[in-house]
Design a protein around this ligand. Structure first.
Ligand code: PLP
Length: 401
């Protein structure tokens, strides 16, 4: 089975995990500060603050921009659904702006359509690494005197007009989850040029305990998960887990289990900072390599799999490979699975937040949710396996109605 995702676990990650056992608290704090400086420099902003996750970073930004009860926040109609309860828990009203189903991103037009008298901020995402039109959206936000927040969970290397994604908003959030470009087994970053906002966020997290164990435990669990995914038994297990009936349920269970081990109330650890520094140093080269792989793979796919348009605005970052299938995605997944190819569909790709919120006027998001297919593409996937995937997909696309 070619699994849907794989985590790039390196020997050095495990050495770092062991090292943290005899690291002093002062040294760990110095590592975190060094990571924050390096991260800010890579985005071209004055400040970066390491947090316990991307979600934590968003929560801190919303709180410290003073958004609260009854304030409206325009959000993408197609993004991670788990952001919705996080926003609502603060009494903030999320209002979805539709996406362009070819780029999967909101547009200045779709956002303008949702701005009203109660709008206090706009959250945009560079979905799956494709830059969205952040410069135009910043102009729009300024014209309406509302804040622009950039969700760069998928896009630490994306650039627009020569500037990094994350440098256009009043604040940006990044994720350092195990599958992300700067993978630190959890963790996130707030990036901003706003000194006062940053001071308030720093004051909030200053009292959090810095514990080394939760991210190390997570790294060990990921190692076990990864060994399972690479074992010959994975094909059978995946077929049981991702059957049409069970797939959604399994995905929810997996995400919940994931949340349990993320150590939300803790500060970013020295272990994570060391990993982050190492991955930051290699981030641009990795991105170039994987973007080239993306282009080569996309060029070989059949037309019925319309790949995400990633160059509409700027230079993309590599994240997952997602295409739209003009047929029955469940049938596509079942056919691929029977030949040993593990595709993700529906909410395993992203969520239709407009539908979650009861809006029925976001056709772009509905289409993306109904048609998007996550095709495995990552580092370490051999040319032989990539060629096999292309053959399988060409054949299935020919055979399916
Ligand atoms: C679009 C988007 N935003 C935010 C996040 C939150 O990041 P984290 O998992 O680090 O909380 C994710 C997570 O994958 C995401 O996909």
């Amino acid at each position: 089975m070619i699994p849907r995702r794989r985590i790039a676990l390196e020997f050095d990650d495990l050495v770092d995990a062991l090292r943290c056992l005899w690291t002093s608290a002062e040294h760990a704090a110095a590592q975190v500060a060094a990571f924050e400086r390096a991260f800010a420099a890579s985005i071209g902003v004055r400040h970066a603050i390491a947090t316990s996750s991307g979600r934590d970073a968003l929560g801190l930004i919303l709180d410290e921009l003073d958004l609260g009860e009854g304030d409206e926040l325009v959000i993408p109609a197609y993004t991670l659904g788990e952001l919705v309860p996080l926003i609502r828990a603060r009494g903030i009203v999320p209002v979805p702006a539709d996406i362009d189903p070819t780029t999967f991103n909101v547009t200045p037009e779709s956002v303008t359509h949702r701005i009203g008298p109660r709008t206090r901020a706009i959250l945009i995402v560079h979905l799956l690494g494709a830059p969205c039109d952040a410069p135009a959206l910043r102009v729009l936000a300024d014209a309406h005197s509302v804040a622009l927040i950039e969700d760069c969970a998928h896009a630490p290397c994306a650039r627009i007009d020569g500037r990094a994604a994350g440098s256009f908003g009043h604040a940006a959030l990044f994720s350092l989850e195990a599958t992300k470009a700067v993978a630190a087994f959890g963790g996130g970053v707030v990036a901003s040029d706003d000194d006062a906002l940053v001071a308030r966020i720093r004051a909030r997290i200053a009292s959090r305990p810095q514990r080394e164990w939760p991210p190390v435990r997570k790294a060990l669990l990921k190692l076990i998960e990864e060994l399972g995914v690479r074992s010959p038994a994975y094909g059978l297990v995946a077929r049981l887990m991702f059957s049409e009936r069970r797939a959604g349920r399994f995905d929810r269970l997996y995400r919940r289990a994931h949340d349990k081990v993320r150590g939300n109330a803790t500060a970013f650890s020295g272990f994570q900072a060391r990993l982050g520094l190492r991955k930051l140093a290699r981030m641009q080269a990795r991105n170039r390599r994987l973007n080239a792989l993306w282009e080569d793979f996309a060029a070989r796919l059949p037309e019925r799999l319309a790949r995400q348009r990633r160059d509409a605005v700027g230079e993309p970052a590599f994240y997952n490979f997602v295409a739209r299938f003009d047929g029955d995605i469940a049938a596509l997944r079942a056919a691929a699975q029977s030949t040993g190819l593990d595709l993700g569909i529906g909410s395993e790709v992203m969520d239709d937040t407009a539908a979650m919120l009861g809006f029925d006027d976001c056709p772009g998001a509905a289409e993306a949710h109904a048609r998007a297919v996550l095709i495995p593409l990552y580092e370490g996937l051999s040319e032989r396996r990539r060629a096999r995937m292309v053959d399988v997909l060409v054949r299935i696309c020919r055979e399916l109605p």
